[in-house]
Structures are given as structure tokens and as C-alpha cells.
Design a protein around this ligand. Structure first.
Ligand code: F6P
Length: 477
């Protein structure tokens, strides 16, 4: 694959393109790396040939847009649009779980146009574990696409990069290990394509950064605790960052909503100018799209108290400007975070590990994780809906059909399912779930106690720490 990228950058940039694509975290990393690779190419006097696609468009860079993940046709259309007029396109689709229909649609599109596209799939499951669930409205499954790719991989007309990674630290949260592995893997492949340094040497530099980062576990724990305390008492955690470390802060913050149903906010110096995203300035789309330091200074700083935590993300290398430039900034409870490792890739990797640990740890403190499961996840696409139903089965011991029934009751806030609801499409269920709150905890407590939706709602209100509410119900059931 490195050879192909190497050829790709030597071709006329008018004709050739490298597209990175994915959903959620995988799409955010596609954006992050496409920008980084272009910067690198320009530094080496080559034309930038990388582009990105994220399911749900640029608003998905900072907010949870899980529904487009289910749409293979949309995936193919987005790829077609970004590669219009190109003669040679290397397409890299990332789906950590080998599961996203959006990416399956793109890979299928590449397989149907082999004269232009070379498809690469990056994920972290063995091929036989690719998702087999039928995709509504089309004949594909992720698994069927993978099988076709495996066949073409024998003659290097397609590539499958899918080392098995083992379970995530928090079940289902691919933003951590899966996201880090995506970053390492693609960066190593791209670096190897335009440097003489071997793949092993590149990999070792990440290992060094990993060892360095975790040798500071006490400091990481202190940050985690500070952030956890802020979330526990309903206060804020903000990341205020510079350069690519700031972008990683934005990414980590935006992942917290779908994963834990809770917020951490990120801000980056230079805002959208620093980002250089496809759709430009999105500030007008709402408060969660206000991402510049000025937005922080105007909207957050005036209300900060000692109970809030602000993490500053920057490096001393000079590659990213230091916080001193922000003359108006005076935070009372700021934690300064710096990763004293060597290359910018190592610093980024170290920062990603650290932020993932801090945000995950903080949400554990807040009670959003029960027995290693995120129990307050959003149920906003088919994968998350199935995950929620399986989780209910696991935690309640009830049958599959009872759990799905409870899930639907919680989504529609009813004690009895009408014929209408029972026959709605999965898409309607996940669309409705996007407007509901605490769907999985509600369903679980209903299953365990047999109480009505109203009673369970009031129980959860009395005990806002979800883990404790569930533990109490489990004890008394
Ligand atoms: O469905 C939501 C989600 O789980 C995101 O949280 C995640 O980042 C995204 O899907 C991508 O998953 P995958 O890389 O496995 O396609």
C-alpha cells in the first residue's frame, strides 16, 4: 500500500486522489490524518492529494451524527462527489468493527469501478467477524463486501488491513484502542511511503511514546480525578488547545456525547482557520460548533469557577504556538498538559492516549459506566440499537424479545407497545431515540423492577448517578 501512495503522490494531482473515510471517531481521524498528510506533502514540495469524507458531513467532526452511518448509498455518493473527475483514487475506508454500512457502500462503489478506485479497508476484527446483519434497502452486508475484497486482495486489487486488537478497555468504545490503532497504522503506512525509515522503526517510535505516556500514570490519574470531580458536581471540563493537539482535544470532546451521553467541550486556537475543513466555518450551526479560543473567552471563561477543569493542550516544540499568545486568558483552575516526547506524531499519540484516559476516567467517576459497559449510550443507529438490546440482555438476564420490547418502551416512553410502534422500521426507532434521554437505563430498570415508565423516571431522577441507580435496582431485584 505504501508503494501505491508513493505512486499516487507522483501522479498529476489533477488526476489522482487519496480519500480517507469513516464514521464517528473513524471519520474524525480520517479528517485529522488527511490534513496532516497534506501538510507533510506540502512541506516536501508535493501537491496535497489527500481528502476526507465523514458520515454526516463536517458537523459530525464536533457533534454526534450517528444516523448517516447506516446509509451505504450516502457513503457512495459522498465518495463519488469528493473524487469527481479523478482518474486514480486510493480509497481508505475505516471501520474499526468492520460494521459501518456507510463505509460498506463506499467500498462496494470502489469494487464496481476498479478502473478508477483501489479500495483499502482498515478495521480491527477478523474478516469472518465482519457484520452480517442485512442493510435495509440494499443487498449488501459488510461481510459480503469484505468477502469480495478478500478475493481481490490476492491480486493486490484491494487491500484489507485488519489486525485483531482485542477488547476495548470500555466495551464498545472504539474511540480508544481502535482510534489509536487507526492513527498508528495509517501514519506508519503514509510515512513509509515517503521516507526511507522502515515500518518497524516507525512502529517503535509509537511504542516509545506509549511507554513514556503511561510512565506518568500518577499525573494522568490526577487529571482524571480533577475532570471527574468537575463532571460529578455538574461543572464543566474544557480542552483549550493549540495546533494538532488542539484538534485532538476537539475530537476527544466530541466523542463523549454518543459514548457517555455527556459533554466535554473542546476549543482550538484559530478555530475553523486552523481546521481547514471542507465546509468551512460552522459557528452559525449552534453553540457546540463554537470552537475558537475567542468563543471560549466570550462564552465559557466568564462563568468558570474553581469547580471547573480546563486542560491546556500544547507542546513546547514551537510547532504549535504556546498559550502565552492568548493574552485575555486567565483561568483559575487550569491544568497544564504537555507531552515531552519527540516527534509531532509521538506528541499527538501521547496526547490522544492521555485525553482518552482523562475523558473516560472522568465519566467513570460520574457514574456513566457500569461493569465496563457504557450504560447511558445514545441509541441513534442500528449498531447502537443492537448493542443496547444485547446490553439489556446481559445485565438483566431477560430474553432477547423482552429486552427489545423494554428498549422500545423506553424510546417511545410508553408502558404498552402499540401495533404502530411495533411495526415501525428500525430507522424510525433510532430517529425517535435521538430525542429521548437515558433510554438504556430506563429500559434496564423497567426490566428489573417491573415498574411503570413514570416510576422509573422518577427513580432515576432521585438517583442521577446512573451506575448507582442500576446497582440499587439490581440489589433489590
Ligand atoms: O455508531 C457510533 C460509533 O460507535 C462511534 O462512536 C464510532 O466512532 C463509530 O461508530 C465508528 O465505528 P467503526 O469505526 O467501527 O465503524
Amino acid at each position: 500500500m505504501s508503494d501505491i501512495i508513493n505512486n499516487q503522490r507522483r501522479l498529476d494531482p489533477q488526476d489522482s486522489l487519496v480519500v480517507l473515510s469513516g464514521c464517528g471517531t473513524s471519520g474524525r481521524l480520517a479528517f485529522f490524518m488527511a490534513s496532516g498528510f497534506n501538510r507533510e506533502l506540502q512541506r516536501l514540495n508535493y501537491a496535497p492529494v489527500c481528502s476526507y469524507v465523514i458520515a454526516g458531513g463536517d458537523r459530525a467532526l464536533f457533534s454526534s451524527q450517528e444516523a448517516p452511518e447506516d446509509d451505504p448509498t450516502l457513503g457512495a455518493l459522498c465518495l463519488k462527489k469528493v473524487s469527481e473527475g479523478k482518474k486514480r483514487v486510493l480509497f481508505v475506508g475505516v471501520s474499526c468493527g468492520l460494521s459501518a454500512p456507510f463505509v460498506a457502500g463506499q467500498l462496494d462503489f470502489c469494487l464496481r469501478h476498479p478502473d478508477v478506485y483501489i479500495p483499502v479497508l482498515v478495521g480491527f476484527n477478523p474478516a469472518h467477524q465482519a457484520r452480517k446483519e442485512p442493510i435495509p434497502g440494499c443487498t449488501l452486508t459488510f461481510h459480503s463486501v469484505v468477502t469480495r475484497m478478500e478475493e481481490l486482495a490476492k491480486t493486490q486489487k484491494a487491500f484489507l488491513i485488519n489486525p485483531a486488537l482485542g477488547p476495548e478497555a470500555i466495551s464498545g468504545s472504539s474511540r480508544m484502542k481502535g482510534g489509536s490503532a487507526t492513527k498508528i497504522l495509517l501514519e506508519v503506512v503514509f510515512s513509509a511511503s515517503f521516507s526511507r525509515t522502515g515500518i518497524l522503526q516507525h512502529m517503535r517510535s509509537y511504542e516509545k511514546a506509549l511507554d513514556f505516556t503511561y510512565s506518568h500514570s500518577e499525573e494522568i490519574a490526577a487529571l482524571m480525578e480533577a475532570a471527574g470531580r468537575s463532571l460529578q458536581c455538574g461543572r464543566q471540563v474544557c480542552y483549550l488547545g493549540w495546533g494538532s493537539l488542539g484538534l485532538l482535544g476537539l475530537i476527544d470532546a466530541s466523542e463523549c456525547k454518543p459514548t457517555f451521553g455527556a459533554d466535554i467541550r473542546g476549543f482550538v486556537s484559530g478555530g475553523y482557520k486552523e481546521l481547514g475543513n471542507n465546509e468551512g466555518d460552522l459557528t452559525l450551526m449552534g453553540p457546540e460548533f463554537s470552537i475558537s479560543h475567542d468563543d471560549f473567552l466570550d462564552g465559557v471563561l466568564p462563568r468558570l469557577t474553581d469547580a471547573d477543569t480546563v486542560l491546556l493542550l500544547y507542546s513546547h516544540s514551537g510547532e504549535t504556538s504556546a498559550p502565552s499568545r492568548s493574552g485575555r486568558l486567565r483561568t483559575e483552575s487550569a491544568c497544564v498538559l504537555t507531552a515531552f516526547v519527540f516527534s509531532s506524531r509521538q506528541r499527538e499519540f501521547s496526547t490522544k492516549l492521555l485525553l482518552n484516559a482523562v475523558s473516560t476516567g472522568a465519566h467513570i467517576f460520574k457514574g456513566k459506566v457500569f461493569k465496563n459497559y457504557m450504560i447511558d449510550l445514545q441509541v441513534t443507529n442500528s449498531k447502537l440499537y443492537r448493542r443496547a438490546a444485547r446490553l439489556l440482555q446481559k445485565l438483566s438476564g431477560h430474553s432477547e424479545s423482552e429486552c427489545e420490547e423494554a428498549l422500545l418502551k423506553a424510546i417511545y416512553q410508553v408502558d404498552k407497545l402499540s401495533e404502530d410502534i411495533a411495526t415501525c422500521s428500525l430507522e424510525t426507532h433510532t430517529h425517535t431515540a435521538a430525542k429521548a434521554k437515558k433510554v438504556v437505563p430506563l429500559a434496564l430498570v423497567c426490566l428489573l423492577t417491573g415498574c411503570s415508565m413514570k416510576e422509573v423516571e422518577s427513580r432515576l431522577e432521585q438517583q442521577p448517578i446512573i451506575r448507582e441507580a442500576v446497582e440499587t435496582c439490581l440489589k433489590s431485584s
